[in-house]
Ligand binder design. Sequence first.
Ligand code: SF4
Length: 700
Amino acid sequence: MVTNQVKTTCSYCGVGCGIVVKKDINNKVFVEGDKDHPVNKGMLCSKGMNLHYVVNDTSDRILYPEMRWSRSHPRERVSWDDALDRASSVFKSIIKKYGPDSVGFYVSGQSLTEEYYIANKLTKGFLGTNNIDTNSRLCMSSAVVGYKKTFGEDSVPISYEDIELADCFLITGANPAWCHPILFRRIEKRKEENPDVQIIVIDPRKTDSANFADLHLQLIPGTDVVLYNAIGRRLFERGLIDEKFIKYHTEGLVLYKDLIFSTSVKQASKLCGVPEKDIKKAADIIGLSKGFISMWAMGLNQSVVGTDKNVSLLNLSLITGQIGKPGSGPFSLTGQPNAMGGREVGGMANLLAVHKDLMNEEHRREVAQFWGVDKISDKPGYTATEMFEALESGKLKAVWIACTNPLVSLPNIHQIERAMKKAKFVVVQDISHKSDTVDYADLVLPAAGWLEKEGTMTNSERRISYLPKEIDSPGEARPDVEIFCDFAQRMGFRGFNYSNTSEIYDEYASMTKGTNIDVSFLNYDRLKNEGTFQWPVPEYRHQGTPRLFEDKKFYTSSQKAQFNLPSTIKNTSVQPSEDFPLILTTGRVRDQWHTMTKTGKVSRLKTHYPTPVLEINPVDAYLCKLKDGGIAEIKSENGVVRVRAKITDTIKKGVVFLPMHWGKRLQSDLNRTNNLTNTYVDPVSKEPDFKFTCVSVSKY
Ligand code: SF4
């Protein structure tokens, strides 16, 4: 018998589906899609529809704080007072001895906005360091830089409802059929109802998304910039550009045009391994469409030239004038449920809250004044990979890791292991003992999970939703925001004595007043009573903003969108060699989420892709003497992986694929894909180069 029900939002991907949660008399939870929700209209993917198993099974949960006094002793159960007193005393003494930049926080795109805001305020405002970064660095930071360079601010211009108005989709480096399933259902429906709608997928793998497409451009990894420029050139040659939009609403065309005309479509075809006729066809489809949407995810962002790829793709929206009108615009597909909310509150090492810029003195002064502190440091903090490099080198002494599992998800895991061993003090705040990162913790803090705390999140289309607390946490677990505030007060900082989460949200919302992400007229009452809203919500009774730039005024100083040139058209990653002749690209599988601490608990989610396998083209498999199902040994400069081989012509010759989810706890340390991945990052976005590591493959 169902006792009550509440509405909330899925805790997995950035699509942000609405979920109805029901409880029976034994407090067991059930979930179903929210038919009234504008995002999913009742649909849920395999991960979302099995969320109740994750909530009801508490066998892996961290139930109480655990601490060890030295590395030679095991951790033991302690009280919250002892745990947070120890944390504050260690942080105080390290900061006193080595300065504020000797400590750092590594947080998560799964954190709620209020948690992100408080962690950011604590670190930048009160600890006096900008050493706070997030696993969103691994996901969207190249897109953030692209948006800022092109539009003047990190702003996703469109809504999911534009999907139903578009007639051309260009999907690059993403497999939304698996990784953003409910969004992809909307694209499929659009195509089914309007067969003339055209879908182009650019990907070295023939994914389920590519199988559904009208045109699949199976490029050589890393050559996206060349391909986009060739499409741009063809659009010019065919006269399929919007001259009026370019003239009145953009700047920088001349240099861009020079660049794209410096390489012929034929030359580009050779460089990217895509037939010339297909490049021309793609350009013609885009140029002749009335509504053109580009979508992309990690395949574009996780690259040493991630920023270059992003600006080059955005240039296509500018030359076609396909922005600020129904059914058109660029649309980055956020991986995590609240990566967008984290960006809003400045939860990255180079950002400040409300999209203010850390490198802008006036912005630092405004934020410091708002928080009532003397100043914000002008020194950029360590980004995700820099933070662990700094731990390894000894520059960073203490790290506080919340809601993320870097011992599986960061590149070059062996380096992360060395870094964690070298750290003087490691705090891990998480829900599950199955996180590999917990093994390295001096202090483990049990956090509340989904449904066990309240707060807000922002999905990929700028939609803010309220998530209620519906059940109590097991054991002594506490909401992350409460843990951060308690720690801050033990550090002696004022400004963290909130009586509820709503006060934290209101503080952040008041900070947005007058900015481009103004939500100062949105509060918990409106979110609870009226549902979700897309920012900005700048006035009383404002219903939110589904589409940005309809007035063609951009957030740059001239109000014009900017054509940007890539710093290079080449992929600057280390190229294949005799020793490491194949390109490894990594990614996700349909039914698993990140490092599987949640989805790994659900048996039915393991049937689709039960163990990690190496996808390899038949020609490469033959050269490596590999048989289908045989064990492959994959080596890079950084490490080794051994998994079964799956021989398939869905992957381009010269490229191999491994899924990123499995860690030591779930399989073995020889199954971890990130044993292999390189440590290169994009020089601007600092996003790691997960999609291009040179490897060798042999039969084991
Ligand atoms: Fe959850 Fe994403 Fe699936 Fe929707 S598409 S149910 S948000 S995992």
